[in-house]
Structure formats: C-alpha cells, structure tokens
Design a binder for this molecule. Sequence first.
Ligand SMILES: NC(=O)c1ccc[n+]([C@@H]2O[C@H](COP(=O)([O-])OP(=O)(O)OC[C@H]3O[C@@H](n4cnc5c(N)ncnc54)[C@H](OP(=O)(O)O)[C@@H]3O)[C@@H](O)[C@H]2O)c1
Length: 313
Amino acid sequence: MRKVMYNQFGDESVLNIIEQAVPTIEKDQLLIRVKAVSINPLDWKVYGGEMKLMSGSKFPKSVGIDFSGIVEQTGSAVTRFTAGDAVIGLLDVFKGGALADYISVKVTDIAPKPVKISFEQAAALPVTGLSALQIIDQLAAVGANQDVLINGATGGIGVFAVQIAKKRGARVTAVVSTKGIAEAKKWGADMVVDYTKQPIQLLTQKFDVIIDLSTKLSFTKAKSLMKPKAVFVSTLPSPLALISSFINNLFSGQKHKILIVKPTAQGLNTLTKLAEADLQIVLDKTYPLTNVRDAYGEARRGKLIGKSVIVLD
Ligand SMILES: NC(=O)c1ccc[n+]([C@@H]2O[C@H](COP(=O)([O-])OP(=O)(O)OC[C@H]3O[C@@H](n4cnc5c(N)ncnc54)[C@H](OP(=O)(O)O)[C@@H]3O)[C@@H](O)[C@H]2O)c1
C-alpha cells in the first residue's frame, strides 16, 4: 500500500509516497481503507519542524490527521463497527499517518460517517469541526445575543465556527478577505468585514467573544475590541502564550483562552449529528494522492475557502 512519509523537516518537497505493508491490527483496533484525508495547517507546522517539542525529531514521520474511510477488518474485541461501515476519524495530531491506503485505528478514534455527505466532505470534518465546537461551546461558551467576532472566518475552523455560533443564538461578525464576503454571509454571518480594506482595530463595536483563527491578532491588540468581561480565543498553544494567559486570567475580567483540540468520540458524534442536520461543509479543492506536494503547497499559501482534501482511490 501507499503511505506519505518524510525523513527530514522542510517544506512540502520533503513529502514522499512510499510502498509499505498493510498494517496489522490488535484485538481492540480496526483496519480502515482510507477514502479521503483533509489538509490542516497543523500538518505543515509539524513537517516544517515548528512543533518539534511535541512531535519529536525522530524519522521517518508520517502525515495526515483526519480521514474518512471504510472499515476493512475489526479486531476480536471490537463490537461497535463491522466490516463495510463508513467512518470518520482522526489520529494523533503530532504523529499523523492518515495519508495511506490503509490505517489501523482504535475504536475511540472514529465515529460513523454522516450518511448524507460525501467521503471528501466527511474527511474535512474532524479536526476543524472539533476545534470549532470546543471553541464555541467550551472555551468561549457562546450564548444567545452575544456579539462574537471571528477573525479568519472562511478557513477550515471559521466555516464551522460561524455556523455553530449562529446556532447558539449569537450575532456574528466575520472577518474575511474579499473573496470570502459572499460566502460568510451565506453561512449566516450578520456582519462581514473585509480585512484587506478595513483594519479591525478601527471597528467601534465591542464584542463578548473574539476568536482569532488567523494567528495575526494578539490578545493585547484585541483588548480594545473586547467588552469588560469578554473572552479572546487564540489557537497557538506556545508555552509563553499558555503562561501569560494563565497569569492574565487570574487578575483580569477579560479572559484569554487557548485552543488545544481534544479528540473525543463524543465530539465526533456531535459533529456527525450536525452534519446530518444542516451543517455546511465547504471544500475548496480535491487532489489525488499523487499530487500530495501541490496540495500542501497550495493550502499553505492560503486564500482558500474552507478545506482542501486528498482523495485516495
Ligand atoms: N491548537 C490547536 O489545537 C489547533 C487545532 C486546529 C487548528 N489550529 C490552528 O488554528 C488556526 C486556524 O486553523 P484553520 O484550519 O481554520 O486555518 P486556515 O484554514 O488556514 O484559516 C486561517 C484563516 O485566516 C485568515 N487570515 C489570514 N490572514 C488574516 C488576517 N490578517 N486577518 C484576518 N484573517 C486572516 C485566512 O483567510 P485568507 O486566506 O482569505 O487570507 C483563513 O481564512 C491555524 O493556525 C491552525 O494551525 C490549532
């Protein structure tokens, strides 16, 4: 079978498709035939070496976090799934390994694939969907009539964050680049700000929640846009950011929360239900596995609406 691996940190040119034996499974594991894998900014942060502290520096390493696929085989202790079931799931974000024809997973890593969406859409759901759910429901606890600003609203997490915040009854201001204005309105944003034309620092409105998905807005800069008891959520859990947010939150009414996404079977099941209802999943492009380097290169350069997905056949 084919698997994408790399032997040194670098840009997408370090990624190679290699031949490997199909993995064997333990009694509590399942063998999945992978149908699609989505691309996440975390991928290039890990293979670029930015996350060495968490990923380690031992090679070879593999890529790909979230996937959709079909159960090929189940271990003797697995009762919840049988061969032929369609599933979604995610692997350890720092180890990856989903970009392969077959993967072995634990039962807690997967959930049934929503029936009404394609395998490509399903692969785009786990990492960014869980991130959006955890930000909206846990870190920011968004509620009815709150004013929520989402900076970077047309990216992987943003698409879901806008929709879930609207479901919780919030008034959402989406910050996007020009090409995303119509899209963000379609997903339910009440106000849209084009950051290429209007610096958000000049907004006069104050918000209950500010979610930065661009990594360009700091807590210090966001403060002037926050109400006295507002929450700011960022997505880069560096040791310095974790320490300074901890100290800030002891003394200030304006809180700084940092996302560290936690994969849970319960979260995956909630996402499945949302996708079976009306959650819109937005794909920018799909690529065959043979174009893996182009796929990551284009995603890293940005200006996508939603997610890119690699399709295995
Ligand atoms: N800590 C964790 O557990 C965790 C988990 C998942 C993701 N993350 C991180 O969370 C971040 C967001 O993830 P994602 O998948 O949503 O990434 P993404 O798809 O790359 O989205 C980022 C968004 O930011 C926008 N953006 C870029 N520059 C901007 C600016 N100056 N002002 C406003 N918006 C700007 C981009 O829009 P344009 O392209 O149109 O400019 C894009 O829509 C990434 O850094 C990712 O690594 C962290």
